[in-house]
Design a protein around this ligand. Structure first.
Ligand SMILES: [Zn+2]
Ligand SMILES: [Zn+2]
Length: 138
């Protein structure tokens, strides 16, 4: 992984957000997903302090190992309020309403998502954390 600063506090990022944006897949005319090749995730670089842990993913093949599933503060806010980064309008009542996307579309959505409530969110964070933590004057 490239060395990047945390998107939220500027510490070195050690994690990438696993918030789901959509799928690299095809859809049939009824909106059913086919040929799923992968998932597009938020990928916001973040430090351990900003990540909210959502479980472990274990790998049993090859050398084995473990990865964690972590949400950035933006995705965590969405998750807590039952919202999603992106919902395909024709699948909004489906169990998996995230849209099927191309990489280029994902890039645009990802950037908009990163920029979305960042300032708002920072204000929220600083009020939650009160005097305990030094907040940078963004
Ligand atoms: Zn951070
Ligand atoms: Zn995220």
């Amino acid at each position: 992984m490239r060395k990047m600063p945390c998107l939220f506090y500027g510490k070195p990022a050690i994690l990438l957000c696993d918030g789901l944006i959509g799928f690299d897949a095809d859809e049939d005319e009824n909106g059913m997903m086919m040929n799923c090749r992968g998932m597009f995730t938020c990928d916001a670089p973040m430090c351990q302090d900003c990540a909210t842990w959502h479980g472990n993913i274990f790998f049993f093949r090859q050398s084995g190992g473990m990865e964690t599933k972590d949400y950035c503060p933006l995705c965590e806010v969405l998750y807590q309020s039952g919202e999603r980064i992106r919902v395909a309008p024709h699948r909004k009542d489906f169990a998996i309403p995230e849209p099927c996307l191309a990489e280029a579309q994902t890039d645009i959505i990802r950037k908009a998502h990163w920029n979305s409530d960042l300032n708002n969110h920072r204000r929220q964070l600083s009020s939650i954390q009160g005097g305990g933590q030094q907040c940078l004057p963004f």
